[in-house]
Design a protein around this ligand. Structure first.
Ligand SMILES: [Zn+2]
Length: 91
């Protein structure tokens, strides 16, 4: 039986896996990985994919004026219809 409260099943582990990886935790040190060959292989695959993705899509900082461009684009699209509404909120 797999009712040991200290253990989780593959579905539970795999549901937590993205969080583990995303939080920077060492997923390969998880007790389930130690005892489950299936999930160990899955984790290896995920890490290979993640590594490939990092090389294909390196994280770049958005240019500092990006938000300003977005903001002005929103304002232009809006046509100023929210101006009177905003004024009423601030008494
Ligand atoms: Zn498993």
């Amino acid at each position: 039986m797999t009712n040991d409260p200290g253990k989780i099943n593959c579905a539970d582990f795999q549901a937590k896996l993205p969080d583990l990886i995303g939080s920077g935790a060492n997923a390969s040190a998880h007790p389930h990985i130690q005892s489950c060959e299936l999930c160990r292989a899955l984790l290896a695959d995920l890490e290979t994919i993640a590594e490939a993705a990092r090389q294909l899509f390196p994280v770049v900082d958005p240019p500092e004026d990006l938000w300003a461009h977005i903001e002005s684009a929103i304002k232009n699209e809006d046509g100023g219809s929210n101006v009177s509404h905003a004024a009423s909120i601030t008494h």
